[in-house]
Structures are given as structure tokens and as C-alpha cells.
Design a protein around this ligand. Structure first.
Ligand SMILES: *Cc1c(COP(=O)(O)O)cnc(C)c1O
Length: 354
């Protein structure tokens, strides 16, 4: 820390992104990226746009907003696009949380929420998941806090039923409920249909997972137009050009290419189910995942041991060395071939230990 660093950030612990080592080729199953390349249409529109990069991007993202509004069945002023959905989660933390509106989220969830609370000086409460890693909806009923719920949750992959999500939203009319639907395209039920009914609901989505654009950085939020206006006030104050030209057009292509989107999501769900079956026959235990990853443990192998063994084999998975998660690992669903390499390596490990 330099002597110039503001005291207010002295104790900030930044988010630790999944590792991206470059020393050799790895099978990357650690950051929930898509095994499929971006849609050919998304690639073509982004390439065309490269010829105009001397010009600033449209801060209103008009073409993208119009395309998305039609696709998702919302009004253009009920939508906001940002540089990845981490960006909109930050704006939501800034906009809707303070000492009177602390943040609340599960103790096991997306690691960015506590980091963003710290960054913005927001007090927060963490409600423990049940022993089986499911959310206890009762904790959030009338919580009097700005609630952040990843649904399906990460790193568990477990989806909360829409009826529970609605009860939580309805019971907190004086606080915003942010439902982070980063993984909804792989299973869970979306609460998007509720944004016209509840003015305190913000739904966030990302193009990073189901639309194969993690490197493009594109996320968005949908909600009541007044909420969206507040978020735009912050976005225009921080970085009005946060969505670059190429990403904006890649986003348009990714939405218009519905057939490719369905093909990718369908393939990932099929591979997830096949991999889960194989892992179960090897003795692995896992949560019921509605996402593009599996959250697994083995009764005879420690979480860190499993992670290290696969690392040596050139397969990266995500390990969290915290008390509740240390026996587990989160494994992204890659291509069929990558998952075959994974299950073969695991069969070898278990054979060695038998
Ligand atoms: C991956 C992820 C995001 C955000 O991704 P971006 O790449 O910033 O759009 C948000 N929430 C959860 C739960 C995620 O796993």
C-alpha cells in the first residue's frame, strides 16, 4: 500500500478471479465460461464495427437496448447495459444501499457481493444456507435490507423456486431486491415477469455465460423505469461509455441468433446431466445444479487434494478454501471432450487410492 492510498480502502479485500495461468494449455473448468465460441452473427457484427472504433460508442446503447427490449418483452426504459454484470451489481450497491439500507445475502454465494459492499462502505448481513446448501426464504421475509440473491445460486447451482423469490420481493416493499440471474438460462425459473408488478425488483443478467461473451464484458439489468433511471444516473456519472462498440454489436448478434443460443444452452445442459451421472457412478456427491457447473465432493478425497491432482493433469477447477466449502469444488461444464478428460482423470485418481 502506498502512503497515498485512501484510508477508507485500507481494509478492502479485493475479489479473487479464477486463475488464468499461461504456462501451459489447461482445460479450463474454473470460471464458468462457455465451451462454445460466440455466435457467428455476433462475431461478424463485432468485426464490422471494428472499422468505426475511432468513434465513441453510443452511451445510450440504443440499438442494443431496442433489440433486447423486444426480445425480453420489456420497455426500453426498463433496461440498462453495463460492462459485465459485475458493473451493474456495483451500481446497485452504490444506488440502493447505505447505513439505513444494509445489504443482505447468503453466506455462501457469489463472492463479489461482500467485496462490492466493502468497496462502497455498505454494512451487510450474511444469512447461512441450510446444511444442504439451500436458501432459507424465511430469513429474507421482511428483512429490511437490500437483498442480493443469485438464482440459481453460485457456487452451489441450486435454484430457488419462483414462488419463494416472489414472497421475498413482496415482503420487502421498502427495499430493492436484486435477483442475479447470471445462470438462469441453464435451468432456474426467471422472475423477469414480476418487474411490472413490483417496483423494488431489479433482475440482472450477463452475456458471459450462456451467450459466450465473457471476454466482451456485457451485462444488463431490468426493472422498474425509476430504478433504471437511478442506475443510469450513476452509470453516466462514472463511465458513460462503459459498453464499447464491438461488444455492443456482438450483443445484438448474440440476441438475434436465437437458434445458436438454444443450441449452446441445450448442449451444456445435456453435458451437465451426463457428467453428473458419470461422477455419481465414481462416488461423487453433488448438489442439484441448474447452472453451467457442478458443485461436487467425494467422501474419500479432500477438496484441495482433488483440485491439486487435476491441476497437475492440466485441468483447472475452482476451489474455495473456506470452512463450509473446503470439501467441495466447482467444476464448469465444458465440452463433451473436456468432460471426458475430467472423468477419466478422476477415475484414475480414485483407482490409485483404492
Ligand atoms: C459470472 C457471474 C456474474 C457476472 O459476470 P460478468 O462477467 O461480470 O457479467 C454475476 N453473478 C454471478 C453469480 C456470476 O457467477
Amino acid at each position: 500500500m502506498s502512503r497515498f492510498f485512501s484510508q477508507k480502502f485500507a481494509s478492502l479485500i479485493p475479489y479473487t478471479p479464477g486463475e488464468q495461468p499461461r504456462d501451459r494449455r489447461y482445460i479450463k473448468l474454473n470460471t464458468n465460461e462457455s465451451p462454445f465460441p460466440p455466435s457467428p452473427l455476433a462475431q461478424r457484427l463485432a468485426r464490422q464495427e471494428a472499422g468505426d472504433l475511432q468513434l465513441y460508442s453510443d452511451p445510450a446503447c440504443a440499438v442494443l437496448v431496442q433489440t433486447a427490449a423486444e426480445y425480453f418483452g420489456v420497455e426500453p426504459d426498463e433496461l440498462i447495459f453495463t460492462n459485465g454484470s459485475d458493473d451493474i451489481l456495483n451500481f446497485a450497491m452504490m444506488a440502493f444501499c447505505d447505513a439505513d439500507h444494509p445489504a443482505a445475502f447468503p453466506d455462501v454465494t457469489y463472492g463479489f457481493y461482500p467485496v462490492l459492499a466493502g468497496l462502497n462502505g455498505v454494512p451487510f448481513e450474511e444469512f447461512p444456507l441450510r446444511e444442504d446448501f439451500t436458501i432459507r426464504p424465511e430469513d429474507y421475509i421482511g428483512a429490511g435490507a437490500t437483498i442480493f440473491l443469485a438464482n440459481p445460486n453460485a457456487p452451489t447451482g441450486i435454484a430457488l423456486p419462483l414462488s419463494d423469490v416472489e414472497r421475498i420481493i413482496a415482503s420487502n416493499p421498502d427495499n430493492v431486491v436484486v435477483v442475479d440471474e447470471a445462470y438462469v438460462d441453464f435451468g432456474g425459473e426467471s422472475c423477469l415477469g414480476l418487474i411490472k408488478k413490483y417496483d423494488n425488483l431489479l433482475v440482472t443478467r450477463t452475456f458471459s455465460k450462456s451467450r459466450s461473451l465473457a471476454g466482451g464484458r456485457l451485462g444488463f439489468g431490468m426493472g422498474n423505469r425509476d430504478l433504471i433511471r437511478d442506475l443510469n444516473t450513476l452509470r453516466y456519472s462514472a463511465n458513460p461509455y462503459c459498453v464499447n462498440r464491438m461488444t455492443m454489436m456482438a450483443g445484438v448478434g448474440a440476441i438475434l441468433d436465437e437458434a445458436y443460443f438454444r443450441f449452446c444452452c441445450g448442449g451444456i445442459v445435456k453435458t451437465r446431466e451426463e457428467t453428473a451421472e458419470k461422477l455419481k457412478t465414481l462416488g461423487f456427491e453433488m448438489t442439484d445444479s441448474a447452472a453451467n457447473f457442478l458443485f461436487i465432493r467425494h467422501p474419500r478425497v479432500g477438496g484441495m487434494e482433488l483440485y491439486r491432482f487435476l491441476y497437475e493433469k492440466g485441468i483447472l477447477i475452482r476451489h474455495f478454501e473456506t470452512p463450509r466449502l473446503k470439501d467441495y469444488n466447482r467444476v464448469s461444464v465444458g465440452s463433451e471432450e473436456e468432460m471426458r478428460s475430467l472423468t477419466e482423470a478422476l477415475a484414475e485418481l480414485l483407482g490409485e487410492k483404492a
